[in-house]
Design a protein around this ligand. Structure first.
Ligand SMILES: [Fe+2]
Length: 179
C-alpha cells in the first residue's frame, strides 16, 4: 500500500485520495495510473531491451502526453535500481542525501517500491510509493530517496531538460534559487 508517514508524530495516511489531497497543498502531484495494462514480463523484468522500455512508455502514452503538455516536459526514459545495478550502494548513498532540483522530479513506478522523504514546511513527510504510483516532486522541494526492504524499483522518469535534473545538495543554494 502506498502511504504517507509524518516523521515527527509517526502518523500514517494510507487512503490514496487523502495522500493526493495532502500533497497537493504543497504542489506535489500524486496519482495512481496502475500497472494492470502491462504484460507481466514487462513489469517484472529488470533487464529490459530498448524495445521493451519503449513498450512500457507506449502503454502510458496518453497519461504521459497529458502530463508533458500540462507541465512542459519533453522527454521520458526508464530507470531501474536493483541488486544488479552496478554500484547500487554508491548510488543509494547519493540519493539518500537531502537535495533539490531546478526541475521537477517525475517518477511513475512500474514495479518495486521506494520512499521519497519530502521536507514540507520544515517537516519530513515520507511518501512510500509502489507499482502504479505517480509522484511529481516540484522543483526546489528538498527531498531524498531510499529503497525499502524490497530493494528494487523500476520507474518511468519524465524531464524538461537533462541539466535541470542535477541534484543540488547545498542548503544555501536554495535561497539563491528562489530569489
Ligand atoms: Fe532527487
Amino acid at each position: 500500500m502506498p502511504k504517507l508517514v509524518f516523521k515527527s508524530t509517526g502518523r500514517t495516511v494510507e487512503d490514496p485520495q487523502e495522500i493526493k489531497s495532502f500533497l497537493e497543498k504543497y504542489g506535489v502531484l500524486y496519482d495512481r495510473w496502475g500497472v494492470e495494462r502491462l504484460p507481466k514480463h514487462l513489469i517484472e523484468n529488470y533487464e529490459l531491451t530498448e524495445e521493451e522500455q519503449q513498450q512500457i512508455i507506449d502503454a502510458y502514452k496518453e497519461e504521459l502526453e497529458k502530463l508533458k503538455k500540462e507541465k512542459g516536459y519533453i522527454t521520458e526514459d526508464i530507470v531501474v535500481l536493483s541488486e544488479k545495478t552496478p554500484n547500487l550502494e554508491g548510488l543509494l548513498e547519493k540519493f539518500k542525501k537531502e537535495h533539490h532540483h531546478t526541475d521537477d522530479e517525475v517518477r511513475f513506478v512500474v514495479h518495486g517500491s521506494g520512499v521519497f522523504p519530502l521536507k514540507l514546511d520544515g517537516e519530513v513527510v515520507e511518501v512510500w510509493v509502489e507499482a502504479g504510483d505517480l509522484i511529481v516532486v516540484p522543483a526546489g522541494t528538498r527531498h531524498w530517496f531510499e529503497l525499502d526492504e524490497n530493494r528494487k524499483i523500476k520507474c518511468i522518469r519524465v524531464f524538461k531538460t537533462p541539466e535541470g535534473w542535477e541534484a543540488i545538495y547545498d542548503e544555501n543554494n536554495r535561497a539563491t534559487m528562489n530569489d
